[in-house]
Design a protein around this ligand. Structure first.
Ligand code: ATP
Length: 241
């Protein structure tokens, strides 16, 4: 089995004194995709915010590369290889695609010349970004902006990439394209934690699945062992696409 990058056990977290996540556990391994699912308000983004250091860990443990990171500030987590693409494609619309990618490499403290080989790697991986490198991000479609946001996160040389609902607002055919690219990233040895509402498309590329509801796990395990009926029962009335 490959190396465990992230291990979250019995996580309790929330906002200030308010607890919204009560008992969430999940694991992400190198070269694998773990999908975190759950209906609106289940606590997915709050879980991510605790993993990335934006919300305080109130209980349980968050271990990255074998060490507790509960007290490591968010910016240090990025430097240690944990990259986070927030919900809603946070790219700089007025900057070119290339400028956006270079900004993604900011945390590595390298100059442009040193960052360009990585930029070229990202153009190989997402050819559309290379074709449009001199255009502004505003000129791109939603799906292309999502790929740019992922490319930006990859510029920080992550070991663990966390993606919060990359399918949000995209047409079904584009969702499949984005999922296909995310799936291809596994081959680089990257571990991926994918938060999604697009149940079928994300489970199709997952190695592990965790479904949460009201801040607690209702399912967790190998994607291959989880049936559509299990997912429907976990969602309890929420349709899985
Ligand atoms: P969605 O799919 O809609 O993004 P989610 O599973 O990511 O949902 P969260 O955004 O983690 O859910 O929200 C979990 C709970 O935390 C919700 O009840 C929400 O109202 C609450 N919550 C979210 N942000 C805050 C905040 N800043 N302060 C207080 N409560 C919050």
């Amino acid at each position: 089995m490959s190396e465990v990058l992230l291990d979250v056990q019995n996580l309790k977290t929330g906002y200030g004194d308010l607890t919204v996540v009560r008992d969430v556990s999940l694991t992400v391994r190198a070269g694998e995709i773990t999908v975190l699912l759950g209906r609106n308000g289940a606590g997915k983004t709050t879980t991510l915010r605790a993993i990335t250091g934006l919300n305080k860990v109130q209980g349980g443990s968050v271990t990255y590369l074998g060490q507790s990171i509960a007290d490591v500030p968010a910016h240090k987590r990025v430097a240690e290889g944990l990259s986070y693409v927030q919900e809603g494609k946070r790219v700089f619309h007025e900057l070119t695609i290339e400028q956006n990618l270079l900004l993604g490499g900011f945390s590595t403290k390298q100059k442009k010349r040193a960052l360009m080989p990585k930029v070229e790697e990202i153009y190989e991986f997402f050819p559309i970004l290379g074709e449009k490198r001199s255009l502004t991000a505003a000129s791109m479609s939603g799906g292309q902006q999502q790929m740019l946001a992922i490319g930006q996160a990859l510029m920080a040389n992550p070991k663990l990439l966390i993606l919060d609902e990359p399918s949000q607002g995209l047409a079904p055919v584009i969702v499949k394209e984005v999922m296909d690219r995310v799936h291809s990233l596994k081959a680089t040895g990257l571990g991926i934690l994918l938060i999604e509402q697009a149940v079928q498309d994300s489970v199709a590329i997952a190695d592990e699945v965790a479904v949460i509801d009201m801040g607690k796990n209702v399912i967790s395990g190998k994607a291959a062992d989880i049936t559509v009926e299990d997912l429907q029962a976990a969602y309890f009335g929420v349709q899985s696409q």
